[in-house]
Design a protein around this ligand. Structure first.
Ligand code: PLP
Length: 399
């Protein structure tokens, strides 16, 4: 299945206007029309291959959108200026005042914050739940529920959402299942497991270069057109557009995603096994000790492994901080938020990417202050990298 997705992504190819092997970059915000009728038509409906204004659609972002749709197996996609642009536009497009969202409580801090603190200003309220507990999800459904929102592999505790089962619940109540697959592109294909809409932060694995933010929404042609509607489309009216130069770069970088994901996962698995052998408390879905290992095994496209996100418990905040600084000094990687880079990145979720989640709620979901989240990089010699990690753990008294 996944190889099909990777193949489809590669089959989507557009030449430059002089036969260049990459599409030309469209360096224009607006586009000319040869007839007044055509422009009028475009304001009332989608016209294939016709461009109006770059906040609506630009050929360069269109090519990237189509490559992502091919990878995801959706009819259409729309790229955005950031992952948060994709998430906020999607949820605001679906929900109106009075509607409710049921969201996993272990999600990226920005996604949590927009649902917890920002959407209530517009009368959209969210119930945060343990997404691994299907009965709790069901108990929060009422006639106002419009969306169930989750991450395939959650940030930062790496819990797995059982997309097949959650979709069954959605079908019973006519609810949309929106899935953030940022941690596992190609590894999991959420549409094949039941997601209605898949969102991405392209900033991470898909671009892989850490040189820009970017986002994408993948879904039906109808939904993507609704996002771009000049009258009531969240993408068109809130304006989280992706610049054409950046879109062109991300498309080129995405051409190696399948190779990078294989290598990330290989290194992630090596590092996870070694850390577990060393006696560290570890969360990695690829290890049989992960409580949902069998579930994720049934969801992945095996040739791409289990991705390279690992979270460990360094016992307490002070040790975690010393450990991260020691790893940076030992050139294991960088103390930085984000993920999917060629270098290993590590940070402490409680005080960074999940700091938007109040302390009591962090405690409730098992997010302790000693957690260190790794995005394992594309290291050529992962054994050498692990030896460095081991030295750092000894130095700070973790082992
Ligand atoms: N989704 C996940 C899982 C993330 O980790 C992040 C960012 O860290 C986002 C969404 C938001 O993406 P962006 O920073 O591109 O807006």
């Amino acid at each position: 299945m996944s190889t099909d997705n990777a193949n489809n992504m590669q089959d989507y190819h557009v030449f430059g206007e002089y036969g260049g092997v990459n599409p030309s970059i469209t360096d224009s915000a607006t586009f000319t029309f040869m007839t007044t009728e055509k422009m009028q038509q475009l304001f009332s409906e989608e016209v294939e291959g016709c461009f109006l204004y770059s906040r609506h659609l630009n050929p360069s972002s269109h090519h990237l959108s189509q490559a992502i749709a091919a990878m995801e197996g959706t009819e259409d996609a729309q790229v955005m200026g950031s992952g948060m642009g994709a998430i906020s536009s999607t949820l605001m497009q679906i929900c109106s005042s009075g509607d409710e969202i049921i969201s996993s409580r272990t999600i990226y801090g920005g996604s949590y914050a927009i649902m917890k603190n920002f959407f209530p200003k517009f009368g959209i309220n969210t119930h945060f739940v343990d997404i691994t507990d299907l009965e709790v999800i069901k108990s929060k459904i009422n006639e106002h529920t419009k969306v169930i929102y989750c991450e395939t592999i959650s940030n930062p505790l790496l819990e797995i959402a059982d997309l097949r089962e959650i979709r069954k619940i959605c079908d019973e109540h006519d609810i949309k299942l929106v899935v953030d697959n940022t941690f596992s592109p190609l590894v999991v294909s959420p549409i094949q497991l039941g997601a209605h809409i898949v969102v991405y932060s392209l900033t991470k694995y898909i671009n892989g270069m850490n040189d820009t933010t970017g986002g994408a929404v993948c879904g039906t042609h109808e939904f993507i057109c609704s996002l771009k509607s000049v009258n009531d489309g969240a993408a068109m009216l809130l304006g989280p557009v992706f610049d054409s130069y950046r879109a062109s770069n991300v498309l080129k970088n995405m051409r190696t995603l399948h190779i990078r994901m294989v290598q990330h996962s290989k290194n992630g698995m090596y590092m996870a096994k070694k850390l577990e052998e060393a006696g560290v408390k570890i969360f990695y879905p690829g290890l049989p000790s992960h409580p949902q290992h069998e579930l994720i095994k049934s969801m992945i496209n095996p040739e791409f492994g289990y991705s390279s996100m690992i979270t460990i418990d360094a016992k307490d905040e002070e040790t975690a901080n010393k450990f991260m600084m020691a790893m940076q000094d030992a050139k294991v990687g960088f103390f930085a938020v984000s993920l999917g880079f060629y270098k290993t990145l590590f940070s402490s979720p409680g005080s960074s990417t999940s700091s938007e989640i109040p302390k009591e709620e962090q405690d409730e979901m098992g997010m302790t202050s000693g957690l260190v989240r790794f995005s394992v990089g594309l290291d050529m010699d992962i054994e050498r990298s692990y030896k460095r990690v081991e030295e750092c753990m000894k130095k700070v008294g973790m082992i």
